[in-house]
Design a protein around this ligand. Structure first.
Ligand code: NAP
Length: 246
C-alpha cells in the first residue's frame, strides 16, 4: 500500500516540543504542508522550523496560545494565507500540573482544564467551520489513558483527557455529515517534558505493558501518517489507544 500525505495541509497545536514536534518532523519527511504552533517555546519552534525548511519548504510557524480565541483565529488565518486550506487539525497542546486533591488549588485545576480541554473546544469551533465549508477535514484530539483509567495526583489532567473523549464523540456526530471526522488518539507513555516530573512516576511506563518495548512513539507516528492519508476515510467518533498496557 502506498501512503501519500504530500497533498495534505496539517496543523499540529503545541508542536514546539515533545510529541507535537515529532509529528511535525515525521509529516515533513512525508512532504506534507505543515504548520508548527507554539506558545512559549520560541527557540525550540524556530529551531524546528529552520531544520524542516532545509528539506521541506511547505512549512510555516505560528505563535498562538490555543486557549485564546483571537489567537486560534490567527492560527487559522495564517494557515489559509500560506496554503489556502486546512485538511487536518491535530489538537496536541497539553500540560500537566499535578497535586493531590487536598492540595490542588483552584488555579491549578482551571489552568490544566483550560489548556487540555477548553483549547480543544476553541480550536475545533474555529477550524471545523472552515472544514465544514469545504466539506473535507479530519480532526484528531490527543487524549490519554489517564482520562480512561484515572491517575492519582492528576485529577485535573485525567478529567480534561476524559472530557476530550466525550467532546470528540459528540462533535463527530455533529459534523460527520459535512465529511469532517473527529477522533481521539491516546498515545502510550512517551517520556517528554510533560511527564518527567510527575508525582506518579508512571506505572504505565514500568512493568505493566504486554510488549517488551513500551516506547510507542514510532507506532504513534506511523499511525498518524496513515490516519492523515486517504486510506483512512470513514472512521469517526472513535478512541485509538496506541499502547500495550495490561
Ligand atoms: P510536552 O513535551 O510538554 O509538549 C507540550 C506542548 O504543548 C509544547 O509544544 C507546548 O508549547 C504546547 N503548549 C502548552 N500550552 C500551550 C498553549 N497554551 N498554546 C499552544 N501550545 C501550548 O508534552 P507532550 O508529552 O509532547 O504532550 C503532547 C500531548 O500528548 C499532550 O496533549 C499530552 O497530554 C498528550 N499525551 C502525552 C503522553 C506522554 O506520555 N508524553 C501520553 C498521553 C498523552 P510551548 O512550550 O511553546 O508553550
Amino acid at each position: 500500500m502506498q501512503i501519500d500525505i504530500s497533498n495534505k495541509v496539517i496543523v499540529v497545536t503545541g508542536s514546539s516540543r515533545g510529541i507535537g514536534s515529532e509529528m511535525i518532523k515525521c509529516f515533513a519527511k512525508e512532504n506534507a504542508s505543515i504548520v508548527i504552533n507554539y506558545n512559549r517555546s520560541v527557540e525550540e519552534a524556530t529551531k524546528l522550523f529552520k531544520e524542516i525548511k532545509k528539506h521541506n519548504s511547505k512549512c510555516i510557524v505560528v505563535k498562538a496560545d490555543v486557549t485564546k480565541c483571537n489567537e486560534v483565529r490567527y492560527l487559522l488565518d495564517k494557515t489559509l494565507e500560506a496554503f489556502g486550506r486546512v485538511d487536518i487539525l491535530i489538537n496536541n497542546a497539553g500540560i500537566c500540573d499535578d497535586n493531590l486533591i487536598p492540595l490542588m488549588t483552584e488555579e491549578k485545576w482551571k489552568h490544566v482544564i483550560d489548556i487540555n480541554l477548553n483549547s480543544i473546544f476553541l480550536c475545533c469551533k474555529i477550524f471545523a467551520k472552515e472544514m465544514m465549508k469545504k466539506k473535507y477535514g479530519k480532526i484528531f484530539n490527543i487524549t490519554s489513558l489517564k482520562g480512561q483509567i484515572g491517575s492519582e495526583g492528576q485529577t485535573n489532567y485525567s478529567a480534561a483527557k476524559a472530557g476530550t473523549i466525550g467532546f470528540t464523540k459528540a462533535l463527530a456526530k455533529e459534523i460527520g455529515s459535512y465529511n469532517v471526522s473527529v477522533n481521539a488518539i491516546s498515545p502510550g507513555y512517551i517520556v517528554t517534558d510533560l511527564n518527567r516530573n510527575n508525582i506518579n512516576k508512571s506505572n504505565i511506563a514500568n512493568g505493566m505493558n504486554v510488549m517488551m518495548y513500551p516506547n510507542s512513539l514510532n507506532d504513534l507516528l506511523n499511525f498518524m501518517v496513515f490516519a492523515c492519508s486517504d486510506h483512512f476515510q470513514s472512521v469517526s467518533g472513535r478512541v485509538f489507544n496506541l499502547d500495550s498496557r495490561l
